[in-house]
Each structure stands twice: as structure tokens, then as C-alpha cells.
Write a protein that binds this ligand. Sequence first.
Ligand code: P6P
Length: 338
Amino acid sequence: MIGKKYQTLGEFIIENQSEFQYSSGELSKLINALRLAAKAVNHEVNKAGLIDIIGAAGDTNIQGEDQQKLDVLANDTFIQTLKNREIVCGIASEEEDDFISINSNDAKHQNKYVVLIDPLDGSSNIDVNVSVGTIFSIYRRVTPIGTPVTLEDFLQPGSEQVAAGYIVYGTSTMLVYTTGHGVNGFTLNPAIGTFYLSHPNMEFPETGNIYSVNEGNYIHFPQGVKDYIKYCQLEEGDRPYTSRYIGSLVSDFHRNMIKGGIYMYPKSSKAANGKLRLLYECNPMAFLAEQANGKATDGFTRIMEIKPTELHERVPFFCGSKKMVEKAEEFMAAAAKK
Ligand code: P6P
């Protein structure tokens, strides 16, 4: 993807339209719709402390987690924005028990893309004013165009993604995405509501000195993970590494991509497959990681090769600078042999 410094997201999409797979303009419209929804959610996230929107909405989602009002608002905003534009044939969301089929009898709206989203990841951080994010993943449907989507359209391996990205609502709001031609980051100027290309061709440093994991779960981790964490803490060579864990995947990923680092959410005796969701957290972040010369596995297998079996399935997740992920895999493999 080519991009001129400070080009707007809209100009970037037009300039690179020809590089989008099956460039019929639909994917551009889809990215533009996500951009609009991101601005609307950003507005709400930024004022969350000011109005009584904080606090559980009283409902719980399929994850059994209290739904923060902003979770509900972000979910509704992204879904409605995509529905209104009639540019997708199906949507799956962390906040929805089942996928949403968007049927159109109108011949000109025989759409071919499905979108999977985590509308507000890290939402438990909202009440304490810590960064949160939206994660999205886009596929071409595999069932015939013009028919209602089926679960099969959503249970595709991550390697089939057409595009993926995140919005991080942090000290500044950024939209970072890939269509398979590298990773580009756009920063929002809230005064005029325009995203500018601020981070062209983002790449993970091959190695780094930051490790991100919830060490409160240490005693529950597999031996290989414990061994790797101790390796990170050992006074030797370029170590000890720095431990940085925000509790918001998008923020930890974003920092590690810029500075170099590894993010881990392993399985444990408390969570047999870890906590993160394959379809709308791990796969999109894995696509971004690989496009940024990083790596993403479940400790043994490339994330994007895993064949999903359920909409909300969880997988262990190791993602970041290639050499750091490979070192963690070495410890996992060695422990597995014992
Ligand atoms: P824990 C947020 O709920 C999330 O899905 C990720 O964004 C974050 O990295 C992780 O879970 C935090 O989980 O168990 O460490 O609080």
C-alpha cells in the first residue's frame, strides 16, 4: 500500500483501491463505514466520564460479563452503521449470541462481505479511564451470494481474511488496518473528524524487551509459559525485559508493535483455552501481526491456520515480535516433551 504522510484515510482508500482484492469498491465502502462508526464511538468513549453512561447496563452478554453501557452503545453503533449502508451480508459480534444475517431482496445489494467485531474490547477499563479498543475482521462469504449467510461464512480460518484492523481510543484515537498489503495507522484529528496517515507501513521490531501477560495467573500457567516468564525476568544479555500489561489487548498490541514486545494470553488451569476469542480478537490481530512482520500462534500452531468450530471459541494467544514469540514457543515445546 502506498501512502503519503498525513494523507487522509479517505484519500488513502481511494489511492489504494486497485490493491484491494476483488476491487469493486465495496471493501472501500466497508472501511469507510467502519471509519464513521469509529468516530461516533470515539465521541461517546471520550465523554464517558461526564455523563451517566458508565456502569453496567444491567445485562450480561454470552460471555457472562456485565455489559457496560458503552459496550452496548458501541455494538449498536457498528451494527447499525453497517446495516444502514447495505454493504455486508452478515455480522458477528462478541456482544451478540448468534450472527446477524442481513438479507436484501434488492438485486443491487447482493453483498459478499461478512464482518466480525469486538465492539469495545477491554471495556472493564472504561470506568478507570484506561484505553479501550474496537477490533474488526472482514471475510468474503463462502455461500452463494444472494442467499442468507450461514455459520459457515463466519467459521473461516484467519488466513481467508480480506481485511482486519482496530481502533484504539487512547491518548489519541487511531485506526490501524491491513488489507493484506502491510499495516497503516491513521490518527484522528477530533477537531475536524478526519483520520490522517500518521504511521505508514507499521512493523514489529524483530525482537524487543517488553512482555505483556497477566502475571496474577502465573501459578495456573502451563510449565512452558512459567519457564518463559522466568527467562524474561533473568538478568542476562538484554534481559530482564520490562513487564507492561494494560488489560486492553488493542493497547498492549499497539505499544508492542511500535516498541517491540510479546503479548500472551495462555491457557491455564482456570481457562482451558485461554480467554481471547479466535474469530474477532485473535484472527484480526494475527493478520495485522503477520502483515507487520510479527508472529501469532497459540503456542504451537499459527493462529490463522486454526479451523474455527464455534462463533465464540477461545484460543491461547502469543503475539508480537517474531523472535520473542519463537522463544516462547521453544519453552512451550521443551516443557511439552517432559
Ligand atoms: P485479564 C479484555 O477483556 C481482554 O479481552 C483483552 O483486551 C485483555 O488483554 C484481556 O482480556 C485482559 O484479561 O484476565 O488479564 O483481565
